[in-house]
Design a protein. Structure first.
Length: 436
């Protein structure tokens, strides 16, 4: 059965954002941000205080960094040498899920099991040394409220995590208890931060004039340095970094695929923006579009963003790779024109995602500029979608140009690879040094 061309065009249009709409989206994002700055309950974003500003760049010493934000847990020992320099002394990592073996993120897993697994990894990073004192920075990349640099309390799991007994708890308290059970109480968590904040700290440590940090990966979120917020319990300079939790931005009109996916997701109504842009969801959206075209609406094929990326990259004459992926996941052999259409849809979904993310960056650039001029600056981004997904980066740049015109030459996005680990070590140093 070949795809119906009208239906295909209609779906393609659903995933296309023109110039005017892009501008409206950026303006709406900024408005939502301004509402939140006045009264956080008015914004669809959580706009969480981080209790940290920018580093001085002079931070020094050896720290532990725990990166807990996706299915891979990583622990690093990092030596900060000041002047933007550092060295990773040790690095260990392990997934929270190995299919058929264990799964610490499913509904049946408990907080204790999850944090014991993490403590074991921390122990590996310190080679079982239970005597030396270690200060640990913890990148915990889920929406959490905190009123100092230590006590992030998980509001709600995102990214389809479902482990019992963590929502409502202080992540570092669960970690401290697990470290005690392992006899590793010499490791002291002193700072907790969102991965966006970690990326911003890491980039700002190395590259001055960076005020916005973002993750564009399995999940999506952005933070920025808000100069008007100061808190006696905070450290760092230039104001306070606000973790927007903009994955929850919901003042956008979703298309029918977004709406349908949301309804059947683990947390309907939550993370609407993230479900439109991040790597966890793009493959699902593509699958839904294909199901509609094949007349099997509701069927799920388990397409991932890696599948999408491989299909988009397949420029071979017969689109062999793309056809193979469709065969393996959708279970159909499509003719050449339809494989081409699937590739077009995959591209449209990625381009929409990149344009939405760019609109949110521009909203923050506008916000920081206020009524003044836009200054030269970098937006630090980390994450697999930004780094590896074809079409993502170039479409962010294009959309920034469309929105900022001449000023676009002052704003660029830079990859801050591995910022989650380095940022955590920097935050720990700032906490220990009491850098205000
Ligand atoms: C979480 C954020 C996080 C982002 C990127 C989202 O699902 O809510 O806290 O920054 O994923 O990891």
């Amino acid at each position: 059965m070949a795809f119906n061309n009208e239906q295909f065009k209609d779906i393609l249009a659903e995933f296309t954002i023109g110039g005017e709409r892009l501008r409206e989206i950026a303006a709406t994002f900024r408005q939502d941000l301004q509402l939140g700055l006045r009264d956080v309950t008015l914004s669809s974003m959580r706009m969480l205080k981080s209790y940290v500003g920018l580093p001085s760049g002079k931070e020094r010493g050896e720290y532990l960094a725990l990166d807990f934000g996706g299915t891979n847990i990583r622990v690093f020992r990092i030596r900060l040498d000041g002047d933007g320099k550092y060295e990773i002394v040790k690095r260990v990592g392990r997934p929270l899920v190995v299919p058929g073996e264990y799964d610490y993120i499913c509904k049946d897993a408990t907080a204790e099991q999850m944090f014991d697994f993490i403590a074991e990894l921390v122990d590996e990073a310190i080679d079982g040394d239970h005597d030396t004192k270690y200060y640990l920075g913890h990148t915990f990349s889920f929406p959490s409220t905190q009123d100092n640099l230590y006590n992030a309390r998980l509001i709600i799991w995102t990214k389809e995590f479902a482990t019992q007994g963590v929502e409502g708890e202080v992540a570092n308290d669960l970690l401290v208890a697990a470290l005690k059970r392992r006899d590793a109480a010499n490791v002291e968590p002193v700072a907790v931060l969102n991965d966006t904040v970690a990326v911003l700290l890491s980039a700002a440590y190395k590259t001055p004039d960076t005020f916005i940090g973002s993750i564009y990966a399995t999940g999506h979120n952005t933070c920025y340095l808000e100069p008007t917020i100061h808190d006696p319990k905070g450290v760092g300079k230039g104001g306070m970094i606000l973790n927007l939790e903009c994955g929850n931005f919901s003042k956008l009109v979703p298309n029918r695929f977004d709406a349908e996916y949301d309804e059947r997701s683990e947390k309907p109504g939550e993370q609407r923006f993230e479900k439109m842009v991040s790597g966890r969801y793009m493959g699902e959206l593509l699958g839904m579009a294909i199901a509609e075209l094949l007349g099997e609406k509701g069927k799920q094929y388990g397409l991932t963003s890696v599948d999408m990326s491989m299909m988009i990259l397949d420029e071979s004459e017969n689109l062999t790779k793309a056809s193979d992926i469709i065969m393996a996941k959708v279970g159909r052999e499509l003719d050449f024109e339809d494989v081409q259409k699937v590739r077009e849809l995959a591209s449209a979904i990625v381009i929409r995602s990149a344009r939405l993310v760019a609109a949110s960056f521009v909203a923050l650039v506008w916000q920081r500029a206020g009524s003044g001029k836009i200054v030269r600056q970098h937006v630090a981004v980390d994450g697999s979608v930004y780094e590896k997904m074809p079409l993502a980066k170039e479409n962010i740049t294009r959309a920034i140009s469309e929105l900022l015109g001449e000023d676009a030459s002052k704003v660029d996005t830079i990859l801050d690879n591995g910022g989650s680990g380095l940022g955590a070590a920097i935050a720990a140093a700032m906490a220990v040094e009491g850098n205000a």
